[in-house]
Design a protein around this ligand. Sequence first.
Ligand code: HEC
Ligand code: HEC
Length: 316
Amino acid sequence: MSSFWHWWIIVLTLANIAAMVWLIKFAEKRKPGEPAAHETTGHVYDDDLTEYNKPMPRWWLWLFYGTIIFSLAYLVLFPGLGNYQGVLGWSSAAYDLDVDDVEARSMYGREVERIEERLAPIFRRYAEKDFEALAFDDDAMATGRRLFGNECAICHGADGGGTRGFPNISDGVFSWGGEPDQIIHTITNGRRGVMPPHLSRLEGEEEKIDGLISYVFQLAGREVPNEDLIPVGAEQFVQLGCAACHGEEGTGNPMLGAPDLTAGDYTYGASAAAIRETILHGRQGQMPAFEERLGPERVRVLAAYVYRLNREGGIE
Ligand code: HEC
Ligand code: HEC
């Protein structure tokens, strides 16, 4: 902060507090407790209503002075006056792990460190647990739910049900695999699904496009918009390389994150229009990596939480 703004803030803040003190002194007029004469303010309402000029109640004045003393004490202890750091040296600045000197870390950083120290044994206990057992440990799953709410719900929904563009991760269908190691890998490193666009090879070929859409519908066992075109679609499915990624039977490939098209569980929409858009323009879903942000122990708890969401009964 430049020294102009430094002083600007100090002067404004202190002038405001001084103005409060002046205001209260000005309004006080008479010392509380002094016998009030039946003096009126001189205002008359509705012809005959007058107002006594009584002093403000003592408790109210004390409250007011209290807030002023509090604000001054606060400004001495904490940052608030321009560049002045406050006697406690509190700072919300990010926690810098590379700084060896604990004193040099921010106060906020030290608070985080204290919490981490308290949680460390709990997470160590979770880390030693077998994955299956972890998924059925109520305490661990309560922690998992909190982590999921903070880190994952924004994209996958509070219940893991997903929304357009963000997969449902509670229905037992996984593009990248639902085994513990696969889920841990997904959360640790993130995933990038690449469904290539096919516009250049299908432009103007309405029959082939409708055929592919019909074939995709049929794969999921849905009612097909155009039965006659299924053979055309089946041929295109192989020719265009759909089968290479989604599999001959359309059951998907977890190595590529190519979804199982027989599951009928669409991330990008089930309508013919949505599938047309997917085929012609492609899709690129990006699941972010959480390794750095959360560390392996929290990731494992979250993986167990996701695993459990997909187990019979889920988590109540
Ligand atoms: C290079 C591999 C690859 C090829 C080739 C490919 N896909 Fe895909 N497809 C994917 C991947 C990966 C996704 C998931 C994209 C994502 O997660 O964002 C996907 C997604 C889809 C979806 C959307 C599913 C949903 O959840 O909404 C459909 C439908 C689909 N592909 C059909 C096809 C068809 C039809 C073809 C052939 C014209 C084809 N794909 C070719 C890899 C491929
Ligand atoms: C910024 C949005 C976003 C956040 C935050 C996010 N995800 Fe994802 N996640 C995605 C997207 C998009 C995909 C699909 C990637 C693809 O297209 O293949 C995905 C995929 C996944 C998958 C794989 C699903 C499958 O079909 O195999 C799992 C498991 C998952 N996320 C769990 C989590 C967990 C646990 C968290 C919280 C730590 C989380 N995600 C946070 C966007 C997000």
